[in-house]
Design a protein around this ligand. Sequence first.
Ligand code: WTA
Length: 652
Amino acid sequence: MTEYPADTYAPSAEMAAGAHADKAKYEEMYAASISDPEAFWGEHGKRLDWIKPYTKVKNTSFAPGNVDIRWYEDGTLNVSANCIDRHLATRGDQTAIIWEPDSPDDEAQHITYKMLHEKTSIMANTLKELGVSKGDRVVLYLPMIPEAAYAMLACARIGAIHSIVFAGFSSDALAARINGSQAKVVITADGAPRGGRVTNLKDSVDKALSAVEHDCKCLCVKRTGQDIGWTEGRDFWLDDLAAKVSADCPPEEMNAEDPLFILYTSGSTGQPKGVVHTTGGYLVYASMTQEYVFDYHDGDIFWCTADVGWVTGHSYIVYGPLANGATTLMFEGVPTYPDAGRFWATCEKHKVNQFYTAPTAIRALMGQGNGFVEKYDLSDLKVLGTVGEPINPEAWNWYNDVVGKGNCPIVDTWWQTETGGHLLTPLPGAVATKPGSATLPFFGVQPVILEPTSGEEIHETAAEGVLCIKDSWPSQMRTVWGDHERFEKTYFADYKNYYFTGDGCRRDADGYYWITGRVDDVINVSGHRMGTAEVESALVAHPKVAESAVVGYPHDIKGQGIYAYVTLMSGEEPSDELRKELETWVRSEIGPIAKPDLIQWAPGLPKTRSGKIMRRILRKIAEDDFGALGDTSTLADPSVVDELIENRMNRS
Ligand code: WTA
């Protein structure tokens, strides 16, 4: 069994005393949440304003063939009313959103709850004007601008289901998601400034819509004022329509189990799947975790650096904080523009109290030296968070020492698009942390470690295997959009009666959880999930490519890099130009985040006699760790392995 770092960091007495939960309170609440989930979540569901209060709390089944998850199923509410309207009387003039633009020379915006109410209502009426009504889907393809939050909340207000597509995805990926959700409207902007460069978002939307057959309108926000293409009758400027509609839009009464959003995410097979989250349970859990995990208190300034295109942005830029009446910071730019001090300059400028980012950003900034951090006054910081991938102890220590000056507990939050909110995480005043461990479960979460092949639960405290969750929590995904069977097959078929996370995990003798990474064919590149199958299908769609196998390999900054083995069509010659061509191809098929870091020309791939590619071997070669390839005797042609080793691309 693996050795664990011995150092632990207990919360200071001061932190524990002021926190929503200290150790005793956490233990008491956790025990209550497990012994009587109905009573626990029945009580905490009251943190929201319900139109019709629920009488039923939990009705969930992980049973094979009958996976069915419902929370608060007879309650009704509206998410935007919970995130906006209910705060107006007490905090109408408080800033809801601080918007920090790409360029530090442009002025930041402070959007109060009153302004948020007006902007959201106008956007909601604009969507209605375009024919959107309850249950319809709206795709958002937007930069990190306040309109992204208005659009999310506007959809929620009228009961439309939003599906955000990260603006870094290509037009092909966008088209697939517009088609997949049969969206009535796509909301975009003319351009997106990031790191001083501008991408033409509208252009991607135009390309995407040319591959969409159903009627889909385009609502365009003016961000840059650049020249863009325009299709009369299909395209509308937000400003034009907004000027004509009323600023009064009563929130629609929604059932707790009505879908709130669809978010496409990568899996181990085939095309990305549409993860469906619903209204009541999702908001209860997102808001409760935002409050407890970051120990958010009234008046604090909260900054999650994610993009709203990912689940982290949904739960911890928009829904969780706003449901709590918080002030949430939204950042349009990148951590290294105009220089590697931007995060810290922004923390100083807006007096940020809780800061939440990804290990890949921490590693990249750590490499730029401490000077960029030390230049700024970070004394308002209280809690630091990380998410997206395992954090290596070196990066953890730098975050702790250099950014937090040893005074800010680090919350390493493990969760997934599917889970809606944090499942494993320390609470800053309650749980002693260990660098690299996501520590302990949040209230109501029952993690288990299963022996991977037998599926038996390992009951000893120290254990290693696959991570599953034994029972439902309120913000669990409900289904795959349009394909409940795929939902059951992906998450409930390998290990019966458990939710299977796809992650490997160890539990140490103290009961702390250490995520070891994905056990399926999903890789985690800079905290972004990528299915190796997706990259492979993009590569084989190129006319010169016969076959391809994609694996992850350790990458200093990105956590994992993308390593592609490519077999060319006969008659095609490998060349550097072709390598570039394939890189560009993948960027345009999926997006820049899917571009292979290394491409190895593979005259043959190691296959079993039945034709199955032996990925285990390809992973080892990509890791430059081919000393222990294991048994290769079942290969149809073992000599291909020697050839691949000989020409491997990653040599340390
Ligand atoms: C990984 C992001 C270790 C994990 C919220 C998971 C992590 C996948 C952590 C989900 C963490 C996320 N420590 N690994 N703190 N957080 N992961 O859906 O492999 O984009 O299954 O959700 O990221 O990625 P997703």
